[in-house]
Design a protein around this ligand. Structure first.
Ligand code: 8YV
Length: 338
């Protein structure tokens, strides 16, 4: 097959063991949109495999130019697709796919490691130790504490199960889906759902979960409705002394409001893997989250495991291969109009 597929550097590094098995050439391309669009035209490629960087402009016209009547594909190396403009893709007859169901264990486990770091002041003790200060700090157990989950999708449900069945936490879950709709979607009663995932409460009231939790973990997609969902008001619906974890999308948390809530010791800890700007830059230079001892930070690494990277790469490769073969029914498409 003489098709050339472009993949951005980080995705190549993560998926190389799988990509080298492809029956078409996969070439490394710049991750920025201008560079990627230029590479599409230069390499005459109508298929790109991309990470979570924003693509809102020249890439689409470039892909349409090369794809023509044959079409083109933007294959996400991952599950979130807020960084891809689906309306623009549809306008240029570009298929958009993602990789569902292959990274939820990795992200859920990363979420729990962040919860643990906060509970036991792990990063603070580590930093002091490496600085030559032998300073034990008193933490708390997770058993019996309440974990609030905002967003009860595949990842949120996996977190609930680990937290309850693994650590003995009480778990509250909130989502926009009504309890009745959840029962219908799952084909189970609410009692069966609660037992399966180890949740005490399922509700559409995010405030009820915020108010009742010692730890709040966010598993919401980035949409106009979830932008700054954790704003100053909702952060103060949280119990005084509660802690926040976010491995979903940075735009869901108002970072300035979070800084202020931590500075006033309302929120007493936060662990973040995603940020409003990535790589991280403080929204307000005077309110840099990196300066706070109560904050644990990882660089959008929740899904970055050998197992998830292999699964993501296999799924992305399947989507591109099926697209080239015209087997569009096999694609994990996310370009439909909402
Ligand atoms: C990135 C993610 O796609 O799946 C998602 O939505 O944010 C991540 O898995 C991945 O880190 C890109 O390399």
């Amino acid at each position: 097959m003489n098709e050339v597929v472009l993949a951005t550097r980080i995705q190549i590094a993560k998926g190389q063991s799988v990509f080298r098995l492809a029956d078409f050439e996969i070439r490394e391309s710049p991750g920025d949109e201008e560079g990627l669009a230029q590479a599409v035209l230069t390499e005459k490629s109508r298929a790109v495999i991309v990470g979570s960087e924003p693509y809102q402009g020249p890439l689409y016209e470039a892909l349409a130019t090369i794809g023509g009547d044959r079409g083109a594909i933007i294959a996400r190396f991952g599950v979130g697709h807020d960084n891809v403009d689906k309306a623009l893709a549809r306008k240029h007859s570009i298929v958009v796919t993602n990789t569902p169901g292959v990274l939820d264990v990795s992200v859920a486990e990363h979420t729990m490691w962040l919860v643990g770091c906060l509970a036991k002041n792990m990063c603070s003790m580590h930093a002091h130790f490496k600085a030559g200060e032998y300073v034990p700090e008193t933490g708390i157990e997770l058993r019996g504490k309440t974990l609030g989950i905002l967003g009860f999708g595949v990842i949120g449900r996996r977190v609930a199960s680990i937290a309850h069945h693994g650590f003995g936490m009480r778990v509250l879950a909130a989502d926009c889906l009504s309890p009745e709709a959840l029962e219908e979607r799952e084909g189970k009663s609410m009692d069966e759902i609660k037992a399966q995932y180890g949740i005490d409460l399922y509700t559409t009231s995010h405030e009820k979960v915020l108010d009742g939790s010692d730890f709040v973990t966010v598993h919401l997609p980035a949409t106009p409705e979830t932008h700054h969902f954790l704003d100053a008001r909702r952060l103060h619906v949280m119990k005084p002394g509660a802690m926040l974890i976010n491995t979903s999308r940075g735009s869901v948390v108002d970072e300035v409001a979070l800084y202020d809530a931590i500075a006033e010791a309302w929120v007493t800890g936060a662990a973040l893997d995603v940020f409003e700007a990535e790589p991280y830059l403080p929204v307000d230079p005077e309110k840099d989250l990196r300066t706070l001892d109560e904050v644990v930070l990882t660089p959008h690494a929740a899904s970055n495991t050998a197992e998830a990277n292999r699964g993501i790469a296999q799924c992305a490769l399947k989507n591109v291969t099926s697209f080239f073969a015209g087997r569009l029914d096999e694609l994990d498409r996310v370009d439909a109009e909402a």
